[in-house]
Design a protein around this ligand. Structure first.
Ligand SMILES: [Mg+2]
Length: 227
């Protein structure tokens, strides 16, 4: 159980937590292989195999999230393909209600993503969630990803964060582990980041299907600031 009386700041991941990971899976596993196959005259399944091998090679590194890296590597403009498919980007059910309730309670809501700033801008332009958030941060701005302790040190300075009074919501167990080791006080794992797939709870972390299940309790009349 979360102790909402000990939470000042919410750090919310973007892909899989605020937004449906179905878009990213479609984009990286279907749209990009189709484009790669067309450009290099390959069978689509072969193109997918090749791309999946390239993704695995860059996994856990900032390159993986860098659309400019993929444009250079693949020889065509990956960001503009994403823009053409942007109508498929969707927020998860219940996200707006959750963010509105968090704001009502005086919690600071921060979107914290490893996604490239171009991807972050595109997704905020499509979903228009930004007015409900106090800050949106791409870890590219801080020069380290969430898998790295360095990120958490820089983030603490940037946000003047009290780690013990911070809640992180993630669909990455790796990121949750790093945050836990750093001292982030409350951690929640999203077990159903992709609405087209079933939930897979994580044995190490408090797991919920989505933010709609994370009831941010209403503000008691006696409290004016902070959860
Ligand atoms: Mg994610």
């Amino acid at each position: 159980m979360l102790d909402w009386n000990r939470i000042d700041t919410l750090l919310l991941d973007m892909d899989g937590v605020l937004l449906d990971l179905a878009f990213d899976e479609f984009f990286w596993h279907f749209e990009l292989p189709a484009r790669y196959a067309a450009v290099y005259h390959l069978d689509e399944d072969d193109a997918r195999e090749k791309l999946l091998a390239m993704y695995r090679e860059r996994e856990g590194r900032q390159d993986w999230y860098d659309v400019d890296y993929w444009s250079r590597r693949l020889g065509f403009d990956v960001a503009s393909i994403k823009v053409r498919q942007a109508h498929r980007i969707r927020e998860h059910a219940g996200v707006r209600f959750f963010l509105a309730r968090a704001r009502e309670r005086g919690c600071r809501s921060v979107l914290l993503t490893n996604a490239h700033p171009k991807t972050l801008r595109l997704k905020m332009a499509v979903t228009r969630l930004e007015p409900l958030l106090d800050e949106t941060i791409s870890t590219f701005e801080l020069g380290a990803g969430k898998e790295s302790r360095t990120l958490w040190e820089r983030l603490q300075r940037r946000l003047d964060l009290d780690p013990a009074r911070t809640l992180l919501v993630e669909d990455s167990a790796t990121n949750l582990r790093t945050a836990r080791d750093y001292g982030i006080g409350q951690l929640v794992y999203i077990s159903r980041p992709n609405s087209l797939r079933g939930a897979v709870p994580h044995p190490e972390f408090h797991s919920i299907e989505g933010l709609a299940d994370l009831a941010c309790p209403p503000l008691s009349p006696a409290r004016s600031r902070f959860c």
